[in-house]
Design a protein around this ligand. Structure first.
Ligand code: NDP
Length: 282
């Protein structure tokens, strides 16, 4: 038996239709949601991500304003720009594309953004509110993962969820979101002993490690929901996840593909947050 595919493109498409409608309602109130993206340097992957964000904005009727700054830009200059955008009423969301060059501290940048405009959901205020179960702008990738898990129809309550990876961007927030849905959550990382024993117990397995095809079929519980956050480019140019799709799809009940899984959901949740931030100004 092979796993059902959780189609990120399809789900993202449905969500985008809902977002378009919300943009239309805002426009009736003379509000055009606005997103500013700041890209420092010339990292090729970041350039692609930023272009995709601009395209998504265009498709949904969101105003987008991208700032492309040179590699050697100083932290103070980026913070100065963020302050201007914080005070710009036409901008509802601000995002600094990560990673940033070495001379810039990403935490200082994230903390300079007003929490109400932090559409990446990474500001300590939004993170703190997330942990406390309060309303907040949720980090995009974990939020997308949760939407995908729910689309399988599984009742998360009481399930054993295992998250592999504990980054601030993915692993930690997705584990909090699973906990809020009443899963029993285990978070694994590079120091975890007997990782495969942990992953084999997971009814829901979320993998955000950054290692190509790291999770194999014999590490997965039969019937599990497997969410593959990883995006890895192999030497031959092929894009693969952190999950070995070939072997895991024979064991899991549901699986997200790479590409076409979590990736399209991440950008869509960013659009969702931008519209939500604009709605809150009404
Ligand atoms: P990080 O490098 O920040 O974190 C990786 C995590 O994996 C760390 O917590 C690390 O543990 C853990 N880890 C590393 N090696 C092992 C191991 N052998 N066993 C168990 N755990 C291990 O990565 P990110 O969370 O930022 O990203 C993860 C992946 O997701 C990447 O491929 C990235 O490209 C992708 N990604 C995709 C997005 C999308 O939109 N689809 C968005 C964001 C990321 P420790 O903490 O101990 O070091």
């Amino acid at each position: 038996m092979s796993a059902g595919i959780i189609d990120g493109k399809e789900i993202a498409g449905e969500l985008r239709n809902e977002i378009k409608e919300r943009v239309r309602v805002l426009k009736e109130k003379n509000i055009i949601p606005g997103l500013s993206v700041i890209l420092v340097g010339d990292d090729p992957a970041s350039q692609v991500y930023v272009r995709n964000k601009e395209k998504a904005c265009e498709e949904l009727g969101i105003r987008s304003k991208t700032f492309r700054l040179p590699q050697e830009t100083r932290q103070a200059e980026v913070i100065e720009l963020i302050k201007k955008l914080n005070d710009d009423p036409e901008i509802h969301g601000i995002l600094v594309q990560l990673p940033v060059p070495k001379q810039i501290n990403p935490d200082a940048i994230i903390e300079a953004i007003y929490p109400a405009k932090d559409v990446d959901g990474l500001h300590p205020v939004n993170m703190g509110r997330l942990i406390r179960g309060q309303e907040c702008l949720k980090p995009c990738t974990p939020h997308g993962c949760m939407v995908m898990i729910k689309r399988t129809g599984i009742d998360i309550k009481g399930k054993k969820a295992v998250v592999v990876g504990r980054s601030n961007i993915v692993g930690k927030p997705v584990s909090i979101m699973l906990l809020q849905e009443n899963a029993t959550v285990t978070v694994c990382h590079s120091k975890t002993v007997n990782l495969d024993k942990e992953t084999r117990e997971a009814d829901i397995l979320v993998v955000a490690v950054g290692r190509p095809e790291f999770i194999k079929g014999d590490m997965v519980k039969p019937g599990a929901v497997v969410i593959d956050v990883g995006i890895n480019r192999l030497d031959n140019g092929k894009l693969v996840g952190d999950v070995d799709f070939e072997s895991v799809s024979k064991i899991a009940g549901w699986i997200t593909p790479v590409p076409g899984g979590v990736g399209p959901m991440t950008i869509t949740m960013l659009m969702h947050n931008t519209v939500e931030a604009a709605e809150r100004t009404c």
